[in-house]
Design a protein around this ligand. Sequence first.
Ligand code: VG1
Ligand code: CO
Length: 542
Amino acid sequence: MFQTLPTSPYKDQKPGTSGLRKKVPVFQQKNYAENFIQSIFDSLEGFAGKSLVIGGDGRFYNREVIQTAIKMAAANGFGRIIVGQGGILSTPAASHVIRKYKAFGGIILSASHNPGGPKEDFGIKYNIGNGGPAPERITDAIFARSLEIDSYKIADHGDINLDTVGESKLGEMIVQIIDPVTDYADLMEELFDFAAIKDMFAGGFKFAFDAMSAVTGPYALEIFENRLGAGDGCVMNGTPLPDFGGHHPDPNLVHAKKLHDMMMAEDAPDFGAASDGDGDRNLIIGKHIYVTPSDSLAILAANAHHAPAYKNGIAGIARSMPTSMASDRVAEKLGIQLYETPTGWKFFGNLLDEGKVTICGEESAGTGSDHVREKDGLWAVLLWLNILASRKTSAKDIVEDHWQTFGRTYYSRHDYEGLDTDIANKLMSDLRGSLNDLKGTSAGVHKIENADDFSYLDPVDGSTSSNQGIRIFFEGGARLVLRLSGTGTTGATLRVYMEYFEPDAEQHGLDPQDALKDVIKAASIITELYKRTGREAPTVIT
Ligand code: VG1
Ligand code: CO
């Protein structure tokens, strides 16, 4: 009943920051998904008879690829497949399920915050036994294998019923369909003080959560409405749709504008939040205050001890390099280590496994802890709610109080999407070539103190990752970072990250774009962006 079918290698299957992401029609090409999945299996060793977790964010093409992956796992010798009912598992829930059931690894189907639908994005990612994204050593092996692969193994079997919880067999392999929400919701209940949060809601605290028609809907309904009594209807867009209702499931101020407007209104709820397509990102907006992800990371780290799971303090903090340095000051005050890693959650895995850090975060709305090995949107929202319930004050007060204590880091990211790939690559390589010349020169009003191309030495396994983004440090403490996205699916995306530290509380009320105008200007001078790309303004400002 197993067969080996011919395939042919593809040259463009390079996995990016989070696995392989392409448009659906690319994945629909004959053997394309099969080729990548077989390349994953061929790059792993010792999984015979072991368990594999499979789930996705429910986007268009999710079910089809899950059927293929299950049949291929059977033919490749896995002993058990654990799959979320309906093919659904949020990324953090998949990470938890891998850990809880001691699976060999997992396949997560998602293109995260990218849009879904017949012409939109799809993605496949492999996670290892610790529940986290495969490290570069494995993703490099998968890529290398995909360039030479010539056949794949698949069971000759009808489709599996994904909609009924329970066990069935495909040849020797057991297919176990689990409820995708329960294990995860139970974990959240262990970490946080649900009784205190419940009391807060019972006392009239108003909360709004936008699931963006993506995977967190069922999780949010169970946790916020059923278990915490946050009020019927507090979860908006709670039904996962294959095309996310035609929207980008990206919880930023552009795509979650409705929530933002609601939170800025006179009669705003006390607290608002949103998550992305696969449930690993979070957007936090208090009544009349947007919290940048970098500030949120710093504030969560400084206040984590309010939640039962972190009551004895945290071991360390890790942040991706472009994330603002606000959490560095928290680590310093707490007397714990701060690690600066390249972009992408996979770089936190070793630090978490070794117990070197408890809390991690990225400026791109990703925050998480050692409870799983992925960033976790609902976890961040629940930690905020736990802190609010414990401190009994507003989110705005908590943020302003934090700035008062630690100073404020003004921060913004400007994305230039859909650039010509050659032009974007040349911009970066020219910049790389001129780093030494930049030092000591002046860009606008700022003198450049130092400039480098970020390289990371993993303190646990000794591996090095270089070319991870250009950092430019200005006199007076401002910083500019430039890198190309590894997750975009159309052309190239240039990300420009700017920050500037303001210790003086009198100066904490500025608009970030105003506060950063000198750094923004310096960025345009240094990159010659307009001359090279013709772009006058970024596509997205966050
Ligand atoms: C982006 C973010 C990065 C994040 C990655 C995956 O990558 O910048 O911080 O880890 O997406 O997030 P890039 O290479 O496009 O900048 V998600 O929510 O896709 O899993
Ligand atoms: Co995501």
